[in-house]
Design a protein around this ligand. Structure first.
Ligand code: MCN
Length: 789
């Protein structure tokens, strides 16, 4: 299909090329870095080289004397103007969360390497960096703890003395009779699963520019959450909200790491108001590795009870979640998100997740693509393979025996969560159309004789996304101190061109294209004539931004609902002018036409003309063609799928090479199959990266060992085979589009497939279990240990 050839059903379903791409890939995007206002001042942060220390003195006199330095600030300069510390948005009823105060600039003590201690502001971008080196900070080092288990022990150094403990909180989610479930099991499979710390590693580091012009504060920031940022800037700086405008211009990837209210953003906004001049900060790559939040970092002791035939009787996981030094916007919620889908695709009668959150002297963890759900899927899918091996069952057979059946949907899990729709057997069947398992096993045996260790691994997953239902997510439910609805405005201009304002805020997901497709079908126009505006808090309705794969299932549905209101009004105008009944007007052939008389109709431009020059509108109708909708869904949506990974392992060096990867995903009816493929590709590569290469490492002194892309190994095209993708389409009953999220699905699904494949390859050598990352050294050692065993 060519780039613009419409699918038979309309623009929805068409593999339209991302129309934002020509601009983005030819250097015509506008990132924060591209915006410099006259008189802009730059800032450079003085960051702690210590992981834990008392600040005994800060001497900025030499820095202040440097040419071009306008000011040097510390916490004391700012604190009087701040209405409170940086926010953590989770305060569930009945759970005591011990949150340490977290300020943009350290207050007396530093608790992780890279913590900002002072800032130099000046006229020259490079001059401020030199001046920052002239700021002399004296530290009195304190004992450091980086291991979360050590941090939980009595007598451990305390990250925050004032809290009296390193334990931030405990939280559990369970359902069904766990004890009875384990009592009924023929076997209990137990594993310790370590899900190591990773970085979001977006191609564009963070950056913020702020200008205060006559009391109106405008902030450009590389953020996923401009609406939340405006709200918190207003609250923290004590400025009336309408006087704060936040613009997220083009944002070069976020992967969760820009779903945050960062100290640098607050500082830059504050400094702009203080100095009356624009202030700008652009993060360096090494800062990004150090002080843009990390993800994962969980140790889970997982137990699964199974009958001899593979039926699961109980699933219990105890998670130690390493939060680093501070609870940031969503830090403590991340492991809990995984708890909601700890049943996976399976009819487990009893499930429980117990979480303990721990402070350590590292930077904070928070949402990174998948946010809690990759960790949950990893536990479940690794345990499925481990149980199959212990019971002598086929890994796919054990899955099938426990799947919810297609007829079970909507399916309630033991946790009381209702999965909206699904066909788990269907997606696995589809996967096996691509992967001939019989032929693979023959090839595997043949290769083993030649000393080549090839393995196949599977992951059958479901995830929870479309983050909304406020009644479940909000203060009286899960405990987020916000609503999580979405809003949209659809404005038809005089000429019939359309502008859509969405409260979501994409940073690479292609929403400019897909939301235009949704609108185009409903208004009978070409998507090229539908402009999508996002990421500016002073245009369009309020919004709740982008995370949790919500932009389509929640934001897209809000767009669909606003468009429906416009279409209904258009229908009424056409019916009035053409003397037909509104219910007889349909959108066909680029017109609002009378059913059965395609020639009798009006284009959107003609209707807009009638709406804006209102000399003959239906009785009582207001002029204009411009509608807004707010949408708060009844439930989440639950995408699902089946993935297969084939790897070769070099038994001499331990190197794992992914030779084939096949994914079948289901996110409901595709709006744009090409964009879905792109999202799945990116998601899988993210997980292959975690499984094989990427790891944020701190040493025992709390020094960051992986501070650059030379140490933090992102996979490149050379490490990833051509990914094979296919889809099934099971509509969700939750929204009118039937859609579910796809932005995180690949990442949620893929890591256990890679690990299961590696273990499958190495079973003849006696390796039966591995934790990530599967670095050559770890795999090589495991082979050696198995030989010695
Ligand atoms: N889509 C579709 N048909 C469907 C479902 C989705 O065509 N049935 C399309 C959507 O319209 C959208 C894309 O797929 O163009 C992803 O949609 P959705 O799943 O709703 O996810 P969001 O837009 O809310 O994106 C968030 C999600 C998250 S949480 C992370 S993290 C992430 C991700 O998406 N970060 C990304 N994908 C990313 N992709 C890029 N390039 N960069 C990031 O930082």
């Amino acid at each position: 299909m060519s780039a613009t050839e419409q699918a038979p059903g309309g623009w929805v379903g068409t593999a339209l090329r991302r129309r934002e791409d020509p601009r983005l890939i030819t250097g015509r995007g506008t990132y924060v870095e591209d915006i410099t206002l006259p008189g802009t001042l730059w800032c450079a942060f003085v960051r702690s080289p210590e992981a834990h220390a008392r600040i005994t003195s800060i001497d900025a006199s030499a820095a202040r004397e440097r040419d071009g330095v306008v000011a040097v600030y510390t916490h004391e300069d700012m604190s009087g103007d701040l209405q409170g510390p940086l926010p953590c948005g989770w305060a569930p009823e009945g759970v005591e969360v011990k949150a340490a105060e977290h300020w943009p600039l350290a207050s007396g003590t530093v608790t992780h390497v890279g913590e900002a201690v002072a800032v130099v502001v000046g006229t020259d971008r490079y001059g401020v960096v030199d001046a920052a080196e002239d700021v002399v900070v004296e530290y009195d080092p304190l004992p450091v703890v980086t291991d979360p288990e050590a941090a939980l022990k009595d007598g451990s150094p305390l990250v925050h003395e004032a809290l009296g403990t390193n334990r931030s909180h405990e939280w559990s989610l369970g359902g069904g009779d766990l004890e009875a479930g384990f009592a009924a099991a023929d076997r209990i499979v137990e594993r310790r699963i370590v899900n190591h710390r990773t970085s979001g590693a977006a191609i564009e580091p963070r950056g913020t520019l702020a200008e205060d012009r006559a009391g109106q504060l405008t902030v450009w920031s590389a953020t996923q959450v401009p609406h939340f940022l405006r709200l918190f800037l207003a609250i923290l700086l004590g400025i009336s909200e309408e006087k704060v405008r936040v613009i997220a211009p083009d944002v070069g990837g976020g992967f969760g790491s820009k779903l945050q209210i960062y100290g640098e953003e607050v500082f830059v906004a504050w400094a702009a108001t203080k100095l009356g001049r624009p202030v700008k900060w652009i993060e360096t790559r090494s800062e990004s590795m150090m002080i843009t939040h990390h993800g994962r970092d969980q140790i889970a002791d997982v137990r699964m009870g199974v009958k001899a035939d593979g039926t699961i009787t109980a699933f219990h996981t105890k998670i130690i979640a390493d939060f680093g030094a501070y609870l940031m916007l969503l830090t403590p919620t991340i492991p809990a998100l995984g708890a909601f889908v700890m049943s996976g695709c399976y009819t487990m009668p009893a499930v429980q997740t117990d979480i303990v959150g721990v402070y350590t002297n590292k930077f904070a963890t928070d949402a990174i693509r998948g946010a809690g759900r990759p960790e949950a899927t990893h536990m479940i899918e690794i345990l499925m393979d481990q149980a199959a091996a212990e019971l002598g069952l086929d890994p796919l057979e054990i899955r099938r025996r426990n799947f919810f059946a297609k007829e079970d949907f909507p399916a309630e899990t033991a946790l009381g969560i209702v999965y909206d729709s699904g066909d788990y057997h269907g997606s696995l069947d589809r996967l096996l159309e691509h992967v001939d398992l019989g032929a693979f096993r023959e090839e595997q045996a043949r290769l083993r004789e030649q000393g080549v260790y090839r393995g196949v691994g599977f992951s059958t997953y479901t995830e929870i996304c479309g983050l909304a239902p406020s009644r479940i997510v909000g203060p009286k439910g899960f405990g987020l101190q916000t609503g999580t609805w979405e809003a949209a405005q659809v404005r038809v201009h005089h000429t019939g061109a359309v502008t859509v304002y969405t409260g979501t805020s994409p940073h690479g997901q292609g929403l400019d294209t897909t939301l235009a497709q949704v609108v185009a079908d409903r208004l009978g126009v070409d998507p090229q004539n539908v402009q999508v505006v996002h990421g500016d808090t002073s245009t369009g309705p309020e919004g709740k931004d982008t995370y949790g794969s919500r932009s389509t299932a929640v934001g897209g549905e809000a767009v669909a609902r606003a468009t429906k209101k416009v279409a209904d009004k258009a229908r009424a105008i056409v019916a009035h002018l053409l003397e037909a009944a509104p219910e007889d007007i349909e959108v066909a052939g680029g017109k609002f036409a009378v059913k059965g008389s395609p020639d009798k109709g009006m284009t959107l431009a003609e209707i807009a003309g009638a709406a804006y020059i209102p000399d003959d509108l239906p009785e009582g109708m207001d002029p204009g063609l411009d509608e807004t909708a707010f949408y708060d869904p009844e439930n989440f949506v639950f995408p699902f799928g089946a993935h297969a990974c084939i790897v070769d392992v070099d038994a001499e060096t331990g190197r794992v090479n992914v030779v084939r990867y096949v994914a079948v995903d289901d996110c409901g009816p595709a709006i744009n199959p090409m964009i879905i493929d792109g999202q799945v590709h990116g998601g899988i590569v993210h997980a292959i990266g975690q499984a094989l290469y990427e790891e944020v490492v701190y040493d025992e002194e709390g020094q960051l060992v992986t501070g650059t892309f030379a140490d933090y190994r992102l996979p490149t095209a050379a490490e990833v085979p051509n990914l094979e993708t296919d889809r099934t389409e099971t509509p969700s009953p939750v929204n009118s589009l039937g859609v579910k999220g796809i932005g995180e699905a690949g990442t949620i699904a893929a890591s256990p497939a890679v690990v299961n494949a590696t273990v499958d390859a190495l079973r003849p050598l006696g390796v039966t279990f591995l934790n990530m990352p599967l670095s050559p050294e770890r795999v090589w050692r495991a082979i050696g240990e198995a030989k010695g065993a």
